[in-house]
Design a protein around this ligand. Structure first.
Ligand SMILES: NC(=O)c1ccc[n+]([C@@H]2O[C@H](COP(=O)([O-])OP(=O)(O)OC[C@H]3O[C@@H](n4cnc5c(N)ncnc54)[C@H](OP(=O)(O)O)[C@@H]3O)[C@@H](O)[C@H]2O)c1
Length: 232
């Protein structure tokens, strides 16, 4: 257990790109890791197989989540809106229901998830999001509204949560811990780029940063032009 009380972490969505970076960062910190991923994706975690416990299953399967989060001090959840069967909200609700009340819960999503009325989106972005949301739902591919519902459930919870809202992501060497703002639309975020490995770093860092409890930081790469121009 580290100084901030984190010993065992569960990573829900461990086999994805963000998930695998989070597994690597968690192991680097000496945490015990439990990873949840779909049965078909277990092979993607092969490189970590002898160092982590894998719980196969859909992330919105309540029995899977109940088993995986037992005894975990921190839970890192990749929220994704796949399909039209409450994948995001089901995942978030299961985590909220079964996590230890004192556990640190950190969820990922994108800037498109608003925290409050202080988040500002350009008109063109709102229109584009609205069209994409309706088309993708009609095609039954993704349900962004369900991801928004997931976030609302988290925001309403008394648990020790953080919702990390990512910019567009890219691969590449780490630039260090991203900078963040409370509000989408803040000039510091204008570059809209974060290295995926650094997004994972921020998720891990949030586990032990009590200043982020019940915050929904919108993040951007620390070496991006907007971050360099506006960071204090
Ligand atoms: N991509 C971006 O530019 C971007 C921008 C802002 C925020 N974000 C946020 O960052 C997080 C990670 O995004 P990412 O782009 O890096 O994705 P990712 O980590 O590569 O994959 C996300 C997850 O989706 C799962 N998944 C894929 N297809 C699925 C399906 N049909 N049904 C159920 N699960 C499925 C993957 O599991 P498997 O391994 O089983 O396939 C994986 O756990 C998300 O919370 C996203 O909202 C992404």
């Amino acid at each position: 257990m580290d100084d901030n009380g984190i010993r065992r972490v569960c990573i829900i969505g461990a086999s994805g790109r963000l998930g695998q970076y989070m597994v690597a960062h968690a192991l680097d910190r000496g945490y015990e890791v439990v990873g949840v991923c779909r049965e078909r994706s277990v092979g993607k975690l092969q490189a970590f197989a002898d160092r982590i416990t894998i719980v196969p299953g859909d992330t919105n399967d309540r029995r899977v989540i109940r088993t995986a989060v037992a005894g975990c001090d921190g839970i890192l959840t990749v929220l994704v809106p796949w399909g039209v069967r409450q994948y995001s909200s089901g995942t978030a609700q299961a985590v909220l229901d079964f996590a230890d009340p004192n556990a640190r819960l950190v969820f990922s999503c994108g800037w498109h998830v608003p925290r409050d009325e202080n988040d500002r989106y350009p008109w063109a972005t709102r229109m584009a999001n609205s069209v994409v949301t309706r088309v993708m739902r009609a095609l039954r591919v993704i349900d962004v509204e369900d991801q928004l519902d997931a976030a609302r459930r988290i925001f309403a919870s008394d648990s020790r949560w953080t919702v990390v809202r990512g910019s567009d992501l890219e691969e590449g060497e780490s630039q260090g811990l991203p900078v963040w703002s409370r509000h989408v639309g803040d000039p510091i975020l204008a570059s809209n780029r974060t290295r995926r490995t650094d997004y994972a770093l921020f998720m891990l860092e949030a586990l032990t940063d009590d200043a982020l409890i019940r915050e929904a930081p919108a993040i951007v790469g620390r070496l991006t032009p907007s971050a360099l121009a506006h960071a204090g």
